[in-house]
Design a protein around this ligand. Structure first.
Ligand code: ATP
Ligand code: MN
Length: 462
């Protein structure tokens, strides 16, 4: 029995004419009466293996079934390729077809579909070169995130996906309920959530941070990496209703430590991609964004610009740039402003800090000026905000005041407040949007194209 090898291994194999077996999907078949060239891909790499078959040696009906999209197992000897496109090829001795793909109806029969069209066949798009590359890189980035934190002594903490605290302030939430939507129990004119599964109102989490902090205040260094959900009706190329977030939380870290970690992590991840996803990145660089590799390399060597929000507002106001939304102190920066700072003004990543407290969450540490909080956002070229974080308010009285000031229901946060009552310490953390990172690393333009099955308003088909 010939040994089954993955194409990634096959291509770097010494072609000694030994028998090998490859299993995968046919990408193309071409040739003539005398010879057939079958390109097979098995997902292990962007590259195909070329199979050469002598049509007279095979049943005609069998060869007909070997069409684009069909699943095959091919055995033959691995030889040096005579063609220029590949180092080795397989001379087919045996072909087995597992599953056919009718050329009349297989949607990927032809190449060159638009990304928009491919979104409509999200169940099949992983079989394209583009999405194969994107999803291999996605895996590599997930792995690198765990490696980065593990090597630094962080613990991976699993925070809940269903949450009872609806006051995280990060956005609209999806309700989780087992009540009958058509006929819910009513008490005093309102839906009685005491009758619900958890005996209270619950939602899908928008962030694991609050629970993550409880971990950091015991284990020292933790991170979460899980799905988060936001029900905002924002139909942009950078927002999903379901996205993955990485949230480290560090006891005894202050804002500068937080910035240092964020910068180190982003550089580590980009370096990891450059070193481990070379073929896929080169493909994306060639097909979509010809400056991708250059852009990735420049991040690794640049020193991120760090400046206070107040200074950024001045720069934006002094600029001659016409913005759709005007800038003034106290307003949240729009993506156009963030991108101006990064792409035009500084020409490198920017970390803004000390934002007005009115536009940031209740848990951020208040500065002495009474106006700003120790928030930080990391802004990236082409993306805008990729990370949002802060030093947390560790003072019980100040935190409680802020919760009251902002009119947040304190009864869902009593446990969070208690962490400031018992052994409180300065601590900080941030959230990195995994798909925003993926946008940057792959150079893809739409966030729907960096997650296998995107969840956006009006779209949960697959
Ligand atoms: P934005 O202003 O871009 O909508 P945000 O300030 O609401 O983001 P945070 O609450 O700070 O986001 O979340 C932390 C990180 O999670 C962001 O920096 C971003 O990378 C990512 N993120 C936030 N919302 C989304 C979303 N809807 N889809 C994908 N990623 C998101
Ligand atoms: Mn943010």
């Amino acid at each position: 029995m010939a040994k089954r090898l993955y194409i990634k291994e096959l291509l770097s194999h010494d072609p000694k004419g030994q028998d090998v077996n490859v299993k995968g999907w046919v990408r193309t078949k071409r040739g003539n009466k005398n010879v057939a060239f079958i390109a097979v891909n098995d997902g292990s790499t962007i590259h195909n293996i070329q199979v050469v078959a002598d049509p007279s040696a095979f049943d005609e009906e069998l060869l007909k079934k070997v069409s684009t999209g069909a699943a095959v197992s091919i055995t033959g000897s691995l030889v040096e390729s005579k063609g220029s496109g590949q180092p080795v090829e397989i001379q087919a001795a045996n072909i087995h077809v597992y599953g056919t793909a009718d050329p009349e109806t297989y949607p990927l029969q032809k190449k060159g579909h638009s990304l928009e069209f491919l979104r409509e066949i999200a169940h099949l798009r992983p079989r394209t070169n583009t999405f194969g590359a994107v999803f291999r890189i996605r895996h590599a980035m997930a792995f690198a995130i765990h490696k980065f934190f593990n090597d630094k002594g962080f613990f991976y903490l699993h925070t809940p996906i269903i949450t009872g605290s609806d006051a995280e302030g990060a956005g609209a939430m999806f309700r989780v309920t087992t009540l009958d939507a058509k006929n819910p129990p009513i008490k005093e004119g309102k839906v009685d959530f005491e009758e619900d599964f958890f005996g209270k109102e619950t939602n899908l989490t928008v962030s694991g941070q609050l629970e993550g902090e409880m971990g950091a205040l015991a284990l020292g260094l933790i991170y979460t990496f899980g799905p988060t959900f936001r029900a905002e009706n924002s139909n942009t190329a950078r927002h999903l209703a379901e996205f993955w977030m990485i949230e480290p939380e560090m006891a005894f870290y202050e804002l500068t430590d937080n910035m240092d970690l964020a910068e180190e992590m982003l550089k580590y991840l980009v370096t990891y991609a450059l070193e481990n996803c070379k073929d896929d990145l080169e493909f994306l660089n060639k097909m979509y964004e010809t400056t991708l590799l250059e852009k990735l390399n420049s991040i690794v060597t640049s020193e991120f610009e760090r400046l206070p929000y107040t200074r950024a507002v001045e720069i934006l106001q002094e600029s001659k740039q016409k913005f759709e939304f005007p800038v003034s102190w106290g307003t949240d920066l729009q993506s156009e402003h963030e991108r101006y700072l990064v792409e035009k003004h500084f020409k490198k990543p920017v970390i803004l800090f000390d934002y007005p407290k009115e536009i940031k969450a209740f848990y951020m540490k208040q500065n002495e000026d009474g106006k700003t909080v120790r928030a930080m956002d990391v802004l990236f070229p082409g993306i805008g905000e990729i990370i949002g974080g802060s030093q947390r308010e560790e003072d019980h009285a100040r935190l409680k005041n802020r919760i009251e000031e902002m009119g947040i229901a304190e009864d869902t946060l009593w446990w969070y407040l208690e962490s400031r009552k018992f052994g409180t310490v300065p601590h900080a953390g941030f959230g990195l949007g995994f798909e925003r990172l993926m946008l940057f690393v792959t150079g893809m333009a739409n966030i729907r194209d960096v997650i296998p099955f995107p969840r956006t308003p009006q779209n949960a088909e697959f």
